[in-house]
Design a protein around this ligand. Sequence first.
Ligand code: SF4
Length: 99
Amino acid sequence: MQQETGTGSEALEVWIDQDLCTGDGICAQYAPEVFELDIDGLAYVKGADDELLQAPGATTPVPLPLLTDVVDSARECPGECIHVRRVSDSVEVYGPDAE
Ligand code: SF4
């Protein structure tokens, strides 16, 4: 999957803390291009080739057209385990650790 990220310093990336994931699949419903449940019942972010990135803390770019869906996923995530951060300085901008 080709992913265009935001321009300049506002490029964002997202990762999931699987330790807290409840496996309800809300994120995969909101943004299936970015999130997917694996057979272990937990959600993972997807890489450029649609493969699931299973390394702890693995990030994937947030495509700008999908930003709203990704942010909604982070807000609705019952596990509070979807983290969206700026690529430039790794500051979380949406998610449980955002200010
Ligand atoms: S919305 Fe959160 S808790 Fe639910 S499957 Fe996605 S990452 Fe896991």
